[in-house]
Structures are given as C-alpha cells and as structure tokens.
Design a protein around this ligand. Structure first.
Ligand code: UDX
Ligand code: UDX
Length: 468
C-alpha cells in the first residue's frame, strides 16, 4: 500500500520505518526542516534499537522523507497522523497541530483515502477531523477518518510496534476497516514473521497479534484508558511501598505475591520514584480533562497523579534522612532519562530530583548511558557529567540511582564501594537486593523496604562509616 505518515517523532518515525519493513511504500512528512534534513542525510534523531537498521534498509527505496504534505497525501492511499498532542495549561491535549494537518490534508484529497489518527488523542477527535475536512469542501465519499492508537514504549519502540499485544483499529464503516486490515495484513497473517530479515521476536510476545476492530470512539478511549490504567498500577504499588516502609514489610515480596495473581500480573508493578515520560503524565491529565468534559468526575486519576508527585518528595526526604544536611554534599547520580533504554528526559523523575537537590545546594556528578546530551541542553552548568557510573561515584558522600538502566543493576559493587567516600547508596529503582548490598559493605536505602546496613555497624553509626 502507499502510506503517508505525518510527523516524524517517536511514533511517526517508528511507524514509518516499520510499515516500510512490512512491505509498504512509505513517505514520512515533517514540517521541522532541521529534522527533515537530518533524516534525509541518514541521521537517526532518536535512540531506538533496530531503528537505524530499518532506516538504512529502506531509505531511498520503500521509505522517503518529505516536507510537502499535500504531495505526500496525493501519492498515498492511507495517511497516518502522528503529530504532537502536547498538554495545554489546563491539562487538555492541544489538538491544534492535528487540526492544521487535517485542514492541509483536505486540500489534497482526490480519490478515496483513509486518514488515521495515531497520536494519542481524546475521544471525539476523529469526528472533529472529519468535520474539519468536510468544512474545507471535501466530498464525503472521498475519505474516511479512523483511529489506530499506538502502544509502543520508548526504548523498545520498534519491537513493540511489530510484536504488539493487540492492534486496535477504530473504524466507523467496513470500507475503512478493510483498508486498515490490509495495512496490517503482513503481521496478522503471520507472513512478516516468516521473513529471514524480520526484526527478532522479543520474549513474552506471541505472533500473529490479534486485530481488534472497534468504533473510532472506543479506539480513542482504549488508548487513554490503557495508559491511565498502567499509570494507576504504578501509583498503586508506590502507595503500597509507602505502607511497607511504615510497617517494615518488603515491597518486592509484596509485588511477587500480588503479581502472581494472573488477574493482576507482575508487569508494571515496579515501585520507585514514580512514572515520567512524554505519555503517562500527559495522558492521565488529558483523560481526566476528557472525563470532566463528558460530565464524569474521574477523581481516581487525581490520586494517581498525586501519589506520583508524592513519590518524588518522599525520595527527597529519604535522601535528607540518610545525609542529614544537603548543602555542600557531593552526590553521584546514576540516571537522567525518564526510564532505562532511552535518551528521552521529558517529564523525567530523575531530572526533577537532580534539579531539586541542586537547589538544596548539593554538588552533583551524574552519569546516564544515553541522556546526557539532551540533559546538557536543558540543565544549568552546575551539574557535572561523568563518563561512567564509577566516575560518578568517585569521592561522593552518597550515590543515588534514579533510572532503571540495566547497566546500573550489574555494577561491580566492590569497585563502587572503593570509589565512594561513604558507602551509602540510595536506590530509587530497587535495582539491588538489600542483603547483598549490606554484605558488600553498603548502607542501602530503597523504596518500600527497610534500610540495610553493613554487618557489625553499631546502630548509632548506621549512616555509612567513613572508610579507613
Ligand atoms: C506523539 C504524540 O505527541 C503523543 O501524543 C503520542 O502519545 C505519541 O505520538 P511523539 O511521537 O513523541 O508523540 O511526538 P513528537 O516527538 O512531538 O513528534 C511529533 C512530530 O510531528 C515532530 O517531529 C514535529 O515536527 C511534527 N509535526 C508537528 C509536524 O510535522 N507537523 C505539525 O503540524 C506538527
Ligand atoms: C508508555 C506506555 O507503556 C506505552 O504503551 C505508550 O504507548 C506510551 O507510554 P513509555 O512512556 O515509553 O510508554 O514508558 P513505560 O515503559 O511505560 O514507562 C513509563 C514510566 O513508568 C517510566 O518513567 C518508568 O520508569 C515508569 N515505570 C514503569 C515504573 O515506575 N514502574 C513500572 O513498573 C513500569
């Protein structure tokens, strides 16, 4: 099929590259000239596994980049809209980019085409897109608007796109549903996965993925409800972690017990310093606003957001209780990205904590495998950067673990202990076993578990003994 993808952000670029790998002829459109130049010159503006290979494999053959939206629309059967839907002051999703793209599309519609919203949008958006295109004089027989929400996560975006738990197509008639079935046919008929050069299948996935055909409104709600439910699950376990801290229970044991229930599931039950990123914070707020507009007071989502914010202040309190005063303290920080596996720092809990600790007068040396460049663009110069986790720990009064990079869970602990001035680790992602850390001579604080101290350290000094 001939596909246009409008907006080359995380969703657009990954979708474009994957559609080309499925065998479709794809043009990715963006109005950001700098981004376009970079893409046309072979650069990959986002840090995503398999993306460089796919772009190299299809650029110039099944995959093109263009700044000319109308030309791309004329040359395509299906147009996916993946532009940004940022948050407004009051929490609603800003749909002005979606509207301006819809208006531009209306000027280029000839034969029958399907316009598909793939950005995360509130319910009713597809109806509005349809209205805008009709208002600009387009014949209703020339197009349909459908919804096809994307569930990819940053860091595993390509694999998530090609090996999804489900494909949701929200179509209000059979004609547009048939077009979208054809788009995803190489996945739903399993043929894509038979190919020698198919992207390798990740663990815990099954193929072919199911395809759910719903109404466009239901599809729009599926996306907001899914993200809000996942955010709620994280806030729930963070709330339980706070109770564990009060009663001296171990949240990791609780997660195991709760997560073993197949009706609940262990995934997304990892306590920590809260969720961040370009999606959960924005989508929970947007869903809250949508519900209000529809006359439903979705107070549960307020609590989800409140618990998430509280996780950050609780962690700050934990750092204070471990170090007493903060002014002038040297801290090593592992992690700046909002989660492991990405260079994205949007709404990063790690960055929030680093900024708060700098304001308290701490001196911070941070290390992140991928996000230091983006952090440099937004942070003032007092933050120092290290070339490794060990360098970040060198001479520090304590080490903070703020992002769940796999690398940080497999550090050489005796070397780390050597680097630190005081063997104090405050882990906001529960990457280590408390007893192991104590046995390695660390005073170890984490989330939802009691602090652990090295063997033989008198209680009074259980705050990290200066090494001989
Ligand atoms: C997008 C949506 O913003 C988000 O709601 C959804 O959850 C995931 O998809 P993302 O891909 O991360 O998120 O967006 P972003 O990185 O902001 O990229 C949007 C792209 O669209 C940018 O490259 C921007 O230049 C481009 N754009 C925006 C256009 O080409 N035309 C426009 O009119 C507006
Ligand atoms: C999310 C959704 O997972 C994805 O389906 C949707 O399309 C876009 O939004 P993403 O934002 O890339 O994806 O990250 P995700 O892996 O979901 O993590 C979101 C945040 O939650 C991160 O800050 C992560 O650290 C945190 N998290 C995740 C937890 O704190 N605990 C968990 O158990 C899981």
């Amino acid at each position: 099929m001939r596909i246009a993808v409008v907006g080359s952000g995380y969703v657009g670029l990954v979708a474009g590259a994957c559609f080309a790998d499925l065998g479709h002829q794809v043009v990715v459109v963006d109005n950001d000239e700098a981004k376009l130049d970079a893409l046309q010159n072979g650069q990959v503006p986002i840090h995503e596994q398999f993306l460089p290979e796919l772009l190299a494999r299809h650029r110039g053959s099944r995959l093109e980049f263009s700044g000319n939206l109308q030309e791309a629309v004329r040359a395509s059967d299906v147009i996916f809209v993946t532009v940004g839907t940022p948050q407004t002051e009051t929490g609603e999703a800003d749909l002005s980019f979606v509207e301006s793209v819809a208006r531009e599309i209306s000027g280029a519609l000839g034969g029958y085409k399907v316009i598909v919203e793939k950005s995360t949008v509130p319910v009713y958006t597809s109806e509005w897109v349809r209205k805008v295109i009709l208002r600009n004089g387009t014949d209703p027989a020339c197009f349909d608007v459908a919804s096809n929400p994307e569930f990819l996560r940053e860091g595993t975006a390509v694999a998530d796109f090609l090996f999804p738990d489900r494909i949701v197509i929200g179509c209000d008639n059979e004609r547009s549903a048939e077009v979208l079935r054809q788009v995803y046919a190489p996945m739903t008929d399993g043929s894509y996965y038979q190919r020698a050069n198919a992207i390798p299948q990740p663990d815990r996935t099954s193929v072919p993925p199911p395809l759910l055909v719903t109404s466009s409104k239901s599809a729009e709600l599926i996306k907001h409800a899914s993200n809000s439910f996942l955010a709620m699950k994280i806030s729930f376990i963070n709330a339980v972690a706070s109770i564990c801290e009060s009663v001296g229970a171990d949240v990791n044991q609780v997660c195991q017990g709760v997560g073993a229930d197949s009706r609940i599931g262990r995934r997304f039950l990892n306590p920590g310093i809260g969720y961040g990123g370009s999606c959960f914070p924005k989508d929970v707020l947007a869903f809250r606003a949508v519900a209000r507009e529809c006359g439903y007071d979705f107070r549960l989502l307020d609590e989800v957001m409140h618990i998430n914010e509280e996780q950050r202040t609780r962690f700050l309190r934990k750092v204070r209780s471990a170090l007493w005063t903060l002014r002038g303290k040297n801290l090593g920080v592992l992690g700046l990205a909002f989660k492991g596996g990405t260079d994205d720092i949007r709404e990063s809990p790690a960055l929030f904590l680093v900024q708060a600790l700098l304001q308290e007068g701490c001196k911070i040396t941070a290390y992140d495998p991928a996000a230091m460049e983006r952090t440099r663009e937004v942070m003032n110069s007092t933050l120092k950067y290290a070339n490794s986790a060990y360098e970040a720990a060198r001479g520090a009064d304590a080490l903070l673990i703020l992002t769940e990079w796999e690398e940080f869970a497999n550090l050489d602990l005796s070397r780390l202990n050597q680097e630190l001035k005081y063997p104090i680790v405050i882990d906001g992602r529960n990457l280590y076993d408390s007893e192991v850390m104590a046995a390695q001579g660390f005073t170890y604080y984490s989330v939802g578990r009691a602090a652990c101290h090295p063997e033989g350290v008198p209680a009074a000094l259980r705050n990290g003994v200066k090494k001989a």
